[in-house]
Structures are given as C-alpha cells and as structure tokens.
Design a protein. Structure first.
Length: 404
C-alpha cells in the first residue's frame, strides 16, 4: 500500500484491488469486509449461475435481499474460469490485483491454470486466500463441506441445546461468518507483511479452525483432564445465575453474572441478599452448582415484572441484563442507533435499505458502504475493457457463454 492509498477517503484499504472468486458465505464475507474499508472488489461469478448467495434467503420482487448486503461494494463480472480464454482474462486481471479470494475445491484453480504459482509469477505481490471446509491438504481436503459440517465437528453442536435434548445447530451461517471475519484478519496480516517484505503469499483458511477457537477450551479440558464438556442449555458451568427469563408481558431477557460483584447486585435486586452471603456464592463455579436455586429466585422476580421494568431496574442496580431481541426490535434499539450499527443504503431496486454497517469504527480511516449488491455481470464491460482486452473480445466471450 502506498501512502496515497492509506489516505483514501473510503478507508484504510483504498487503492487496493480484490478479486472475489468465491461463493456462498465465508469467502464473500472476506471480500465484503475488505470492500467496506475501501478496497475495490471485483466479484467474479459464473456467467449463467452467478453466486449461489443470489438465491439464498428471502426474496423481494424476485431478487435476494441478503445479496444486497453480502455483495455490497463489489463490482460484478460474469466469467467462467474453467474456459481457457476466460482463464487467460482472469490471469491478466490478477496481474493488476492485490488479493484473490477463492473457495473452489483444492486443486481446481491450478487445474484451470490459475494456481498461485502461475498468478504470482506475473504478480509477486499478490496475496491469495483459499477458503475450504478442511484446508488444502489432509485426508478430508477433497470432501465437500459446508458450515453445518464444521459446526458439528467443532464441538459447537455438542455444546448447544438442552442437556436432555439433541445437539443443536445454528439457524444461520455461524462457521462461515466466523471464518469470513478471520479471513479478513489474515489478509490484513499478509498485507502488513507485504509492506515490509515486498512479497505476497498464499493463505490456507479452513472453516473448522476459527469456530474451534470460538467454541472455547473444550480441547484443553479433554487433553488435560479427559473430560468432555456437556450441554447445559442456557446455563454455564462457569457462573450463575446465567439464563434467559420470561417477563410478565411475554418477553424474554438474558442475564449474566460472570463477576461475583454483579451476582451480588442481582441477588440484592431480587430481594435475596442473604443468598449472596452463602459460602458457596463466592465463586462462579460454586454458584453454578446451585443454579436451580438461583434461577428460581431470579426467575420469579423477573416473571412478576414487564421487560421495560426489569431492564430499568437491572441498569439502576448496575447488574447485567439485555432483552432477547427479534431483528425488528434491533432496528429500533437506541444503542444500535447511537453507534450507527445499522445504516440506510440507497438501492436502485428497493430504495433505502437498512442493513448492518461496517463492523468497526476507525477514527482516521473509516470505511463506508458505497453501493449495494449489483446485478450479475453489471460491470463486465467496464472492468475487462479497462486496459485488459478489447470490447470485441468481451463480446466474443459473451457469445460463447463464458462471459456475461
């Protein structure tokens, strides 16, 4: 990155070019984050099928709503990389790029003549991140994998759900999303290394590693103690009271008492200060052994009051509580509004769209959402004829069905 790119008004990555040749969730989130903070992202999609994310989730007027967010700040090019002529166009494009994001099965890009050895020979500063379920090597490398599989393998499903119920999977792309955020961090590290060394590198990101880290110390417990953590529902073995509780007006709130001082304030608030003087109350682990008793005291107090009263009383007492929100309630939360965690972006199809904002607020180089997800192939001509190939060549690719 040059000094000029670091001063770019759209964020710290202004002046960088990213080729997003990935599909579905993890890879596109990497590119979305890089684009949010100033990078020029060029989305490479199959010219007929596009990214599967276009059809994910709910639709409006025949268009995917989620696509408008995950493909924001990305120009779109329809190009089938398995065609030799189209692959040559991609090689030329990669020679102008700083980062390539891809998530084909291991060996696919190399089979098309687009492996890192080929692309970096023409562009030694190129960073290429491979996103797969199980990495580029090992006995599972060639297996098809989705987030659901690694959510199961990572220990997440084993730990999630009620003690007497089945393992529980998330209702959203948890493993993919964690991997996408981790991948953006990995690319940032590679960019920093390139600043010092002048050289790019390959990054091998599997979906399993990030969520294994997020799940916590289970591997250490198994290794050091021979103990597998078990499902505890909304409770935890580390502290109590910690659960969700229903209010008198039918809402739910969650509380946490990781600090003993907070737990003492909760018991004072619910009218049972003597409980906090019990010898077993001094540590979170001991309190967890008395979770039934603590939940009964807290649950009865909360159940007699409305959600607004409960939250106000917890705030007054300096204790930790939060409402269990549906997304529509999140849209109206004053803290979300104060931090601008949700922002409105004009979309040519849907008009103003409220969506999650960029993930963090940087004082000197803030990112921003410049535009929403675009139609398939909307920028093919503009990108490919910008010093790469002639317009007639683009039309030739389009006529053969390998470009759009």
């Amino acid at each position: 990155m040059t000094a000029q790119s670091r001063r770019h008004p759209d964020g710290p990555l202004g002046g960088l070019r990213v080729l997003d040749a990935s599909t579905i969730i993890a890879g596109p989130i990497i590119a979305q984050i890089l684009g949010d903070f100033g990078a020029e992202v060029i989305k490479i999609e199959h010219p007929r099928n596009g990214d599967g994310m276009r059809g994910h989730g709910l639709q409006k007027d025949g268009q995917g709503i989620w696509w408008k967010m995950i493909a924001r700040n990305k120009r779109t090019v329809g190009l089938y990389l398995g065609d030799p002529e189209a692959a040559d166009v991609f090689r030329r494009l990669a020679a102008t790029a700083d980062v390539v994001v891809e998530n084909f099965r291991p060996g696919t890009m190399a089979r098309w003549g687009l492996g890192y050895d080929v692309l970096s020979a023409a562009n030694p500063r190129l960073i290429m991140i491979h996103v797969t379920g199980f990495g580029q090597s090992g006995p599972y490398a060639d297996r098809p994998a989705f987030g659901t599989l690694v959510e199961s393998m990572s220990g997440f499903a084993h730990l999630t759900g009620q003690p007497d119920g089945p393992p529980t999977l998330p209702a959203f792309g948890l493993a993919d999303s964690i991997a996408g955020i981790a991948g953006a961090a990995a690319v940032s590290m590679a960019l920093y290394h390139r600043e010092r060394s002048g050289h790019g590198q390959e990054i091998d990101l599997d979906l399993l590693s990030p969520i294994m880290t997020a799940v916590g110390p289970g591997v250490l417990y198994a290794d050091q103690l021979g103990v597998d953590q078990q499902r505890t529902g909304n409770r935890t073995a580390n502290n109590a009271p910690r659960n969700t509780y229903r209010t008198s007006d039918g809402h739910w709130v969650a509380i946490s008492t990781s600090a003993t001082a907070i737990a003492e304030r909760v018991m004072e608030l619910v009218g049972s200060p003597e409980t906090a003087r019990e010898p077993w109350f001094a540590t979170g682990g001991q309190r967890a052994e008395h979770a039934d008793e603590l939940d009964d005291l807290v649950g009865r107090w909360i159940g007699e009051r409305t959600r607004d009263v409960v939250l106000a009383e917890f705030e007054r007492a300096g204790a930790a509580a939060a409402a269990v929100y549906a997304p529509s309630e999140l849209l109206a939360d004053p803290q979300v509004e104060a931090l601008q965690l949700i922002t409105s972006v004009d979309d040519p199809d849907f008009g103003p769209m409220r969506m999650q904002n960029v993930m963090w607020r940087m004082g000197g180089t803030p990112g921003r959402i410049r535009f929403t997800g675009r139609p398939l192939g909307a920028d093919t001509d503009a990108v490919l004829t910008d010093g790469l190939i002639e317009a007639e060549a683009v039309e030739g690719l389009r006529a053969r069905g390998v470009a759009r």
